[in-house]
Design a protein around this ligand. Sequence first.
Ligand SMILES: [Zn+2]
Length: 196
Amino acid sequence: MRFLFFSYLCFLYLAPHAQSRYTTRQLLNGRYKNDSSYIYSLPFVTGKKVFLIQGYETIFSHKGERSLDFKIRKGTTICAARAGVVTAVRQDSDKGGLKPENLADGNYIIILHADSSTAWYWHLKKNGVLVQEGDSVQEGQPIGLSGNTGFSAFPHLHFEVQGRDAAGHYTRLATRFYTQHGVIYLSPYRFYRTRR
Ligand SMILES: [Zn+2]
């Protein structure tokens, strides 16, 4: 009984971000059976179709990085991919480009989730933040408007989730999403439709 209880505690600690034990390729190929990680919704209004131009660890600017770039028109409504509390926002920049100094020019929203992971929404347009620090947001709630600020060559949304991996290190995590193809980890260069 004591062993069972201990196993349960381990499960609670490890299960949320156990996807970090798998390579991106293994996740995309469905090699993680019994995946119990949180299922996010795509950060757009329900039914919206979007093109994923960079996926996890793609070479252009996500080398070694588990983050996603959705190519969308400037001004597209961004919605919370998961409920949480807004911990930081910036919306005063109107600069963007691929120069090193542009790294400091991005507008963003950071949302803290119940399991202490955080979602980062980047490159929002100037004055394109619809929430404030301290706000509680529901999944699917509009939170911002996309743009091209920061280290960015064209209008897009950079989305990433940070949290502790199975070894306890703080890192970027691959996450599952509801899509028209079911619940999956996203592959680059494909269209996905927002489902909730
Ligand atoms: Zn990116």
